[in-house]
Design a binder for this molecule. Structure first.
Ligand SMILES: Cc1cc2nc3c(=O)[nH]c(=O)nc-3n(C[C@H](O)[C@H](O)[C@H](O)COP(=O)(O)OP(=O)(O)OC[C@H]3O[C@@H](n4cnc5c(N)ncnc54)[C@H](O)[C@@H]3O)c2cc1C
Length: 448
């Protein structure tokens, strides 16, 4: 039996970056991917002749690791359309225009948002995204929910709901009473500051020509037949010398294994000997959030004609955020919106037609009647895919970060673990996947 230097399980960005760095270093290696395509949570589809990015798509200026990889792969980016006024739909359902970052709310609410933002930014500056549990107040912050923390800070409900939106529905995609204040601070620290999460022009700055899925496609092209598709790894037997990876009837031997699959999916694999119980426990506490990404195409970007950018926020709306998502060079107009956590549960129970009608009704609340009749309507489906299981990524429940700390990044024997779900900088983002993939390859090469 051939013994490879390394086998990488999972051809998302983490696995493919790790594989490409190992290949560059001359390692004899293989990538095993369960799906019949590479890219994991990055996937582009063509509907009615137009390109839609079903998973990750945006690149922000702080994402140095991703930007360097885009340069290396020769992939071009273009800015998201943002000319004109944004919309804020308030609790009464009234859509109000604004420019800049300050929401058109009453003066007391505006002052409360400013104060909360400052408090969050001050705390975030003290957090090391790679070691949030080392903050002097980590344990206290990890034992209270983000909702509780917000209530401690501020009496203004609309201010709290707006600040909650940026980390709950918009990022971790879980209700704010299900994760800790420390997990919220990690989310902000992973993007450089809370202010960065609020600033759509920063966090959703650019897109990749042809889609962000061009990254894994290009890495896989370079790796060639070292990437094998439809290889669902069901078992790993390991010892001091290496590991045997089992796919169907085939057994593949390697000195090292990089398991680049999201933490909740590790338990689909049978390990011999079993993983230490603490590791299994830790992964039980890191779960996927849920967001449905909805995209619509219209004959023209009609909102631009009335001076609107296509950006809208509505903490009380079914679609809590919406953006112009027209690919560069298109004459048609695309909008992308997001339905998160309990709202996603709720519309998930509707028929496809009723769900579409509910989403379009919400878009009408932002852009008027013209929004009701798109030519194309596309929904993401990650929650239905066993090899992902939610969106965008995973996070710990209350107390998990300080209880399990760096456990999810710890190797066991010859096996390394990691995806963007365990990154510090770039947490839950493709930038994090690039960082983790690079780090995993370095660990294999250094003989760790
Ligand atoms: C709707 C949505 C929108 C997003 N928006 C953005 C965005 O705008 N910008 C951004 O930076 N990020 C965004 N993200 C997050 C980003 O897509 C992910 O952080 C990133 O793609 C994760 O890459 P990964 O390689 O770490 O994990 P994954 O992409 O999950 O890759 C894991 C791979 O392992 C495979 N696998 C699992 N189990 C096995 C097994 N047993 N055997 C073999 N293979 C296996 C899976 O099929 C998959 O291909 C978004 C994600 C979603 C879902």
């Amino acid at each position: 039996m051939t013994t490879y230097d390394a086998v990488v399980v999972g051809a998302g960005v983490t696995g493919l970056v790790a594989a490409w760095r190992l290949a560059e270093a001359g390692q004899d290696m293989l990538v095993l991917e369960a799906r019949d395509r590479v890219g994991g949570r990055l996937r582009s589809e063509v509907h009615d002749g137009s390109l839609f990015e079903i998973g990750g798509q945006w690149v922000s200026p702080d994402q140095d690791a991703l930007k360097a990889l885009l340069d290396e792969l020769g992939l071009r980016t273009f800015p998201r359309y943002r000319e004109g006024a944004s919309l804020y739909v308030d609790r009464a359902g009234e859509a109000r225009q604004f420019t800049g970052e300050d929401l058109p709310v009453g003066p007391a609410t505006a002052a409360a948002i400013e104060q909360l933002t400052k408090t969050l930014d001050d705390l975030t500056a003290e957090i090391d995204p790679d070691r949030p549990w080392e903050h002097p107040e980590a344990e206290r912050l990890d034992r209270i929910t983000f909702q509780h923390w917000l209530e401690e800070q501020c009496d203004d409900v609309e201010a709290r709901d707006n600040v909650a939106l940026y980390i709950g529905p918009a990022m971790l995609t879980k209700p704010v009473w299900t994760f800790s204040a420390l997990q919220a601070l990690l989310m902000a620290a992973s993007a450089g500051s809370f202010q960065h999460l609020v600033d759509a022009d920063f966090i959703l700055d650019r897109r990749v020509d042809g889609g962000l899925a061009s990254v894994p496609l290009e890495l896989a092209r370079r790796l060639g037949d070292r990437v094998r598709l439809s290889q669902d790894v069901t078992a790993v037997e390991y010892d001091d010398e290496g590991a045997t990876v089992v796919v169907g009837q085939e057994r593949i031997r390697a000195r090292r294994v990089v398991l680049a699959v999201p933490p909740p999916l590790v338990k689909r694999i049978r390990f011999t000997p079993e993983l230490p119980s603490e590791h299994r426990q830790a992964r039980e506490h890191q779960s996927f959030g849920l967001v449905i990404k909805v995209q619509v195409e219209y004959p023209t970007p009609f909102w631009r004609e009335t001076g609107l950018s296509g950006t809208g926020f509505g903490p009380y709306q079914l679609v809590h955020e919406v953006y112009d998502n027209t690919p560069e060079g298109y004459q048609t107009g695309h909008l992308v919106g997001f339905v998160s956590d309990e709202e996603a549960d709720r519309i998930g129970r509707l028929s496809a037609d009723d769900r579409q009608a509910a989403v379009l009704e919400s878009l009408v609340g932002y852009f008027g009647e013209q929004a009701r009749t798109p030519t194309t309507y596309v929904e993401s489906d990650w929650q239905h895919q066993e090899l992902t299981g939610g969106a965008y990524g995973t996070s710990f429940d209350v107390g998990g970060l300080t209880r399990y700390r760096q456990l999810l990044r710890e190797p066991i024997g010859p096996i390394e673990f990691g995806t963007s779900d365990v990154s510090g900088l770039g947490f839950q983002h493709v930038d994090g996947a690039v960082r983790v993939g690079t780090d995993l390859a370095q660990r294999v090469l250094s003989g760790r």
